[in-house]
Ligand binder design. Structure first.
Ligand SMILES: Cc1cc2nc3c(=O)[nH]c(=O)nc-3n(C[C@H](O)[C@H](O)[C@H](O)COP(=O)(O)OP(=O)(O)OC[C@H]3O[C@@H](n4cnc5c(N)ncnc54)[C@H](O)[C@@H]3O)c2cc1C
Length: 265
């Protein structure tokens, strides 16, 4: 790891100002991805601006069925939130499947979606829930936020401050986890909203998280695992790597989708 300067911001404005004054600074939240990358010398930011102690970026608010989660909220806090569990238990389940206890107590939802690892869990939930990502400058719909492998719509120096969504009628998440890292080899989040369904897949797409629209149509007509039994999953846009071929992942998409719908009930 190379030497770096550490700054602890106490407000979003201060964080933005601090970063703008650095030659090659980066925000750090839980550090669960960034610090590991720095230790491997794959990243060498001149400065780190810590977002985890900014009060306005922390905490969970549930008003009616509207859920708002501060970007610096840890995965453990989401798993343990009784307020979220009351309206969208699938998100608590998902957060509880991330990594191990250490990762869940340090890693944050803002860091996870800003990083947009193609095998991360939260991007699938954000996309299937039709979430809105709030930043220091604007609001971005999840459909526009995730733009590719480790790529998002965030501009230089832009901070994710919170995510929000309307709790669906039903939702479920199922993942086939890599046994070593716990990242998703394939994970599917399915949500039933009034008049429709949204299904998002992580861990499998050659271009990152994506919506499975054929399954959405099938589930809109009939919300049941059987409804997706006849949907064909095309492997041509899926990832092949040392863990699984695209064809294997295509099968996993279907199996995980059925499990997600069954879990939603
Ligand atoms: C052993 C291990 C297992 C893991 N398993 C899983 C898993 O099963 N599923 C899963 O989804 N993830 C997994 N992760 C990743 C984990 O969820 C991380 O917490 C997450 O990827 C990054 O969140 P973080 O808060 O640690 O971000 P950091 O590492 O601090 O930052 C990551 C990137 O996001 C940027 N950033 C951070 N916060 C913001 C913000 N608010 N606005 C703008 N940019 C920001 C940083 O500049 C950096 O580029 C695992 C990690 C480890 C080490």
């Amino acid at each position: 790891m190379y030497a770096t300067n550490y700054h602890r911001a106490s407000s979003v404005d201060e964080a933005v100002r601090l970063l703008a004054g650095t030659p090659e600074g980066k925000y750090v939240s839980g550090g669960m991805t960034l610090i590991a990358t720095m230790k491997q010398r794959l990243a060498s930011p001149s400065d780190l601006v810590d977002l985890r102690h900014i009060p306005s970026m922390k905490g969970i608010r549930v008003e009616g069925r509207k859920v708002t989660i501060g970007a610096a909220t840890t995965h453990a806090e989401v798993t343990q939130s009784a307020a979220i569990r009351a309206v969208c238990p699938a998100l608590c389940e998902l957060a509880g499947l991330i990594g191990d206890p250490h990762v869940r107590h340090m890693g944050t939802i803002g860091g996870s979606i800003a990083n947009n690892d193609p095998a991360a869990d939260y991007p699938a939930a954000m996309l299937a829930l039709g979430a809105t990502i709030a930043t220091d400058r604007r609001e971005i719909s999840a459909d526009d936020f995730f733009t590719g492998l480790f790529e998002t719509a965030l501009e230089e120096g832009e901070v994710v401050t919170a995510v929000s969504f309307e709790a669906p009628e039903k939702a479920g998440y199922a993942k086939f986890a890599n046994p070593a890292s716990r990242y998703a080899m394939t994970g599917v989040f399915a949500a039933k909203q009034a008049g429709g369904a949204r299904v998002a897949v992580t861990g499998a797409g050659g271009d990152g998280v994506f919506r499975q629209k054929a399954m959405e149509s099938a589930l809109a007509a009939n919300w049941s695992s059987q409804a997706i039994a006849n949907v064909t999953v095309d492997p041509s846009n899926l990832m092949s790597d040392l863990h699984a071929t695209a064809e294997y992942r295509a099968n996993l998409v279907k199996v995980m989708a059925k499990r997600a719908v069954a879990a939603a009930g």
